[in-house]
Design a protein around this ligand. Sequence first.
Ligand code: 2BA
Length: 129
Amino acid sequence: MTSRRPRKGKSAGPPVQNGQLKLVIIIASDADADRLMKALIEQGYPATKISSTGGFLHRGNATIISGVEANEVEQVLAMVRAECHARTEYVPVQTLPFFGEGATPSEPVEVRVGGAIVFVVSVERFEKT
Ligand code: 2BA
């Protein structure tokens, strides 16, 4: 994979417009997100990690946002696929939001954990002040 570094001259100049800039929003488990952050920064991609919480499992996860050029999105997605692996886990049904609607308390429920949820959105305007 080709490295993107160094990111010279990005802090100056006019705002980027016309959809050339994409915001990649990645929701991942904390462990996967730490590795992904390290990989992104090593490869020269800007990234911000925000602590977040999954609505279903109520577990802490991480949301990474990375603003990149449109032609860099696929490289970022490749890194996400390399670092974030989905697996299944059994969780006690009592911890889930639907507990009480006919579920048997003793039955653990299989859920997908890890992996990543990714949104790619066009950025209307980017400005650094
Ligand atoms: P959670 O909402 O805590 O969901 C954790 C995992 O539980 C999900 O993994 C999914 O496998 C399962 N799950 C979620 N809702 C379910 C339901 N109604 N019934 C059965 N199983 C359910 P992922 O799909 O990989 O999602 C991981 C985390 O990504 C989510 O954590 C949430 O924080 C975020 N996420 C997923 N889809 C999203 C979306 N469309 N918009 C915003 N955030 C999303």
